[in-house]
Design a binder for this molecule. Structure first.
Ligand SMILES: [Zn+2]
Length: 354
């Protein structure tokens, strides 16, 4: 198995603001249709729920047994138009967590009646007071400039339209870099796992969720509906393995394997699931590293808690440098190891004594 860069590039570049995931969902739906043609998935096992999650069920060999669920969120951190001023500049509110300095000198896409390229403008350093130069920038310091007067902007853009970041996927040495690897790399991993998975013993519920970046919202609905017994979430995690990082701050490192989640700020993973995942990785010689993410939550949490009796949960995380910026970067090898680990976990979970 090698990385399908053409597919990954499409998955990363299609916009999908929280609450506006329709374009990327449609693209993934089309990919699933190929799996239906190949008889890997049955047509009536694919549906979209009311909040917008795309559910895909891979039926197991046994009837009426345990349910295992995985989630990969479709949305990416974005913005929403809140005001258009007299000169046509757009004020916006963030959808998801941004480090304001990552907005400096960026291009964005404003999704109105048609897509407009926008520029994230701020005050030039040349005319700043010396004291202001030292101050960190704030989100509210930025405006989006679409190069049109107010009347023209208002014909195309309305309050409530969304804005996504503009940046293509490139290969960088052994890595790939793009604006939305959080969480499109997990979307890719889930899709590829469905493609390569042997028929598992139990039914596998693969869900492409919505609105994760604004509060783990889609997964809550999906887990409530599915009521899983077991769940493995798929997301990115911090790799602060660059110069200046203390050993304890690294969280994970690029190229050192897939990461098995132990906890993040929204969840403490089930110790039995962690043990199962570590054992499975070792059995198949899949390199892995433990993940303790002290700040930042994931869809692992609603999957643990939104079902009737709670679920036994864990997470596979992809080490990611420069996370929540337009140059998010992952190792191709870590991605392949993540696919392998998920595939083996789904195929072998019925053999483990929980
Ligand atoms: Zn994420």
């Amino acid at each position: 198995m090698d990385i399908n860069l053409k597919l990954l590039k499409s998955i990363c570049e299609i916009p999908g603001a929280p609450g506006r995931e329709e374009k990327i969902r449609h693209f993934i739906y089309k990919q699933i249709e190929d799996l239906i043609k190949q008889k890997k998935i049955q047509k009536n096992d694919v549906h979209v729920d009311s909040i917008g999650n795309l559910h895909v069920i891979k039926r197991g060999r046994y009837k009426n047994t345990k349910k295992i669920m995985s989630a990969a969120h479709l949305d990416e951190i974005s913005f929403m138009v809140r005001h258009i001023d007299e000169q046509g500049f757009i004020r916006f509110t963030p959808l998801g967590g941004f480090d304001p300095k990552t907005l400096t000198a960026q291009r964005v896409i404003v999704h109105g009646k048609k897509d407009l390229i926008g520029l994230m403008g701020t005050k030039p350093i040349h005319i700043m007071d010396p004291a202001d130069r030292e101050k960190p920038v704030k989100i509210s310091d930025f405006v989006v400039d679409v190069g049109l007067p107010k009347e023209e902007v208002e014909k195309i853009i309305s309050i409530g339209d969304v804005i996504t970041r503009e940046r293509d996927l490139v290969e960088v040495g052994n890595y790939v870099s793009a604006k939305s690897l959080d969480n499109r790399i997990a979307v890719y991993i889930l899709l590829e796992t469905l493609r390569y998975l042997d028929t598992p013993a139990w039914d596998f519920y693969a869900v492409f969720t919505v609105q994760e970046e604004v509060g783990l919202r889609g997964a809550q609905v999906a887990a409530h509906t599915i009521n899983p017994d077991f769940a493995i979430n798929l997301d990115t995690t911090i790799a602060y393995d660059t110069p200046g990082a203390a050993e304890y701050e690294k969280c994970t490192q690029l190229g050192k394997g897939t990461a098995i989640k132990i906890m993040d700020s929204s969840v403490i993973c089930d110790s039995r699931m962690i043990e199962f995942m570590k054992t499975t990785a070792d059995k198949h010689n899949i390199p892995w590293q433990p993940e303790i993410l002290v700040s930042g939550g994931t869809d692992t949490a609603p999957m643990q808690r939104a079902g009737k009796h709670g679920a036994i949960v864990g997470g596979i995380s992809v080490p990611t440098r420069y996370i929540h910026s337009v140059i998010e970067t992952v190792s191709k090898q870590d991605v392949l190891h993540s696919i392998q680990l998920l595939k083996h976990c789904i195929e072998e979970i019925h053999t483990f004594k929980f």
